[in-house]
Ligand binder design. Structure first.
Ligand code: URA
Length: 212
């Protein structure tokens, strides 16, 4: 397992003894500017003792309204792929590298905008606390933003997909794509292949969890 140095997530994160406590504090977070436009902060969700934590990028439009992670189109796709891989979503802790929705208004629509590295680093304060309290066997970085937050800029999703890295805070981190990438594939045959590959990544995660 490769060791990495210098990522965003090197800090112990927000102090606090429970996820509920951290969640309450995070709700009023003003550590970066993103709270000004989002409807609410979207904290992680799932059992405290979850063996696996899935980390996405940031809440989307639906998540911002619902106040829950991965409940929109990418979340529904993730749920179906998890089910196919034999992983129960309810047994997983699901969260994001950045906890507020960043978007650009376009007419009545709110279009996803990528968080900056600075925003990711600031928000790692909350992610680090979640991971410290959940203490999973395995963390899954869904896409480049999560990989950056957990492991730093050396990791490249296309090159490192399917690998497990040891993060500087001692977490085992499996790298794969973000499910929203599957929503963007227009060619049907390519889309089926990409989806099958993602399900295979999830099956590999299930095996790693079984093997302990
Ligand atoms: N994309 C993410 O990265 N996270 C969500 O919660 C929803 C969509």
């Amino acid at each position: 397992m490769a060791e990495l140095v210098g990522p965003a997530l090197t800090q112990p994160g927000a102090p606090g003894a429970s996820l509920d406590e951290i969640h309450r504090e995070a709700t009023i977070c003003t550590r970066c500017e993103l709270y000004k436009h989002a409807a609410q902060l979207v904290f992680g969700e799932g059992p405290k003792g979850a063996e696996v934590v899935f980390v996405g990028e940031q809440p989307g439009d639906k998540e911002d309204v619902a106040g829950q992670p991965f409940v929109g189109p990418a979340g529904k796709l993730l749920d179906r792929c998890l089910e196919e891989a034999g992983i129960e979503r309810a047994s997983c802790y699901v969260t994001n590298a950045v906890k507020h929705f960043k978007f650009e208004p376009r007419g009545k629509r709110r279009i996803h905008a990528k968080p900056t590295r600075g925003e990711v680093r600031v928000c790692a304060w909350w992610l680090a606390a979640e991971l410290r309290l959940v203490r999973p066997k395995l963390v899954v970085a869904l896409g480049a933003t999560a990989a950056y937050s957990l492991l730093g800029p050396q990791v490249k999703v296309t090159r490192d997909r399917g690998s497990v890295f040891r993060s500087p805070v001692g977490l085992s981190v499996f790298v794969t794509i973000h499910p929203s990438a599957l929503l963007r594939v227009l060619d049907q045959a390519a889309g089926r292949q990409d989806r099958a590959r993602f399900v295979n990544d999830l099956k590999a995660i299930a095996t790693l969890l079984e093997d302990g």
